[in-house]
Design a protein. Structure first.
Length: 369
């Protein structure tokens, strides 16, 4: 923190280390003397000497403070010091999606989970007629408690409407993630946020920005070409739809969240969730019927595995599902081949979770007996 900056705002917030710097403000860790808690304070570099501007800033901030969603960083307070506006926000301990991308491409399952939560937060705010205007990896916070939060919601509009800036591009968002309509100066709706989220998802999974270069080059490039969505990316059709140049042709944030939601979760409690499994072999690949006793054992064990897997943490279910499919496929092929002289294994692998070893051992005994 420079000597020119105040160390205490409004006699209440003691500024600490700088957590981040943007084009128009610095974000500090701060201590709230009144409520005795740690917060984040965003101190704008620009000043506003017009009382009408200050009043409008406060009014807009109150609107944002009324937004309450688990996927949004909450705005707690607002004020001015030496005619410089500042915002007091919830402090989220953790990293950002930007820092994760800097380390390399992020796995598609993680990107899908993060993007779904961001889309849900966007859908909520769009329903309240608030548009973010600056969705980017640096504003996607990944909390140490595994929560995903979108920061600076509506701040771009708030600042752009109430504070006089002279720096090019600081009031409309970050050039690499602007929608075509933002570049053209047209009316901005929630579709601009959907477009930006699509660019963020592509960048996260590839490790490269869709529109690199200088701010001017990045901003103008999208007017001449659509984003290139690599063929190997999952949700490729959805990403292409999110980044269409025509905002009316893009899905809403709610639709994006729905399409990123796992089918079992989307169906709700009335539908039985099924473990992900490998594609079963075609009928022609199985030479003959299984013995009745082994077939019954396989069916019972598969059902037991599904039941037990539902009780496991979500991040291990896919692994168990793949293991189940592999074991069952091996059993089918072994029985069909009828290799009686082949030495049988003693049971399930040692690295199988203890809670599932019993059912797998039952399956092994039924087939080998």
């Amino acid at each position: 923190m420079s000597d020119a900056e105040p160390r205490t705002l409004a006699g209440r917030f003691d500024l600490g280390e700088v957590l981040g710097r943007g084009g128009m403000a610095d974000v500090h860790r701060a201590h709230d003397r009144v409520l005795h808690r740690e917060v984040a304070v965003k101190l704008l570099r620009e000043t506003t000497e017009n009382q009408r501007d200050r009043d409008r800033f406060t009014s807009e901030a109150r609107t944002l403070a009324n937004l309450s969603h688990p996927g949004l960083v909450m705005l707690l307070d607002v004020g001015t010091t030496e005619d410089r506006p500042f915002l007091v926000m919830e402090l989220v301990e953790g990293s950002t999606l930007a820092s994760e991308i800097a380390a390399g491409p992020v796995g598609a399952p993680v990107v899908t989970r993060v993007a779904r939560q961001v889309a849900e937060a966007l859908a909520y705010a769009h329903g309240a007629s608030v548009v973010h205007r600056d969705v980017k990896p640096g504003n996607v916070l990944l909390g140490d408690d595994h929560r995903v939060k979108l920061a600076d919601f509506g701040i771009a509009r708030l600042v752009g409407d109430t504070v006089r800036h002279t720096q090019t591009g600081t009031t409309i968002g970050t050039a690499a993630y602007l929608s075509p309509e933002q570049v053209q100066g047209r009316d901005v709706t929630g579709a601009a946020d959907v477009y930006a989220l699509g660019l963020v998802m592509i960048e996260a999974m590839t490790g490269e920005r869709v529109y690199p270069g200088t701010p001017t080059e990045a901003a103008l490039a999208r007017l001449h070409r659509d984003p290139e969505v690599p063929r190997h990316l999952p949700q490729r059709e959805l990403l292409a739809a999110m980044t269409r140049r025509d905002p009316d042709a893009r899905p809403s944030a709610a639709e994006v969240a729905d399409r990123l939601t796992a089918p079992s979760r989307r169906a709700g409690a009335t539908t039985t969730a099924v473990m992900p499994t490998a594609t079963p072999p075609a009928a022609a690949d199985v030479p003959g019927p299984l013995p009745d006793r082994a077939g019954d054992a396989i069916a019972r064990t598969a059902q037991d595995l599904v039941r037990r897997a539902r009780e496991l943490p979500s991040h291990t279910r896919g692994v168990i599902g793949a293991l189940t499919a592999l074991v069952l496929l091996i059993v089918v092929m072994a029985l069909a081949a009828d290799k009686g002289d082949t030495k049988q294994s003693d049971g399930p692998p040692s690295d199988v979770p203890s809670d599932l070893r019993g059912p797998l051992q039952d399956l092994h005994d039924a087939v080998s007996g």
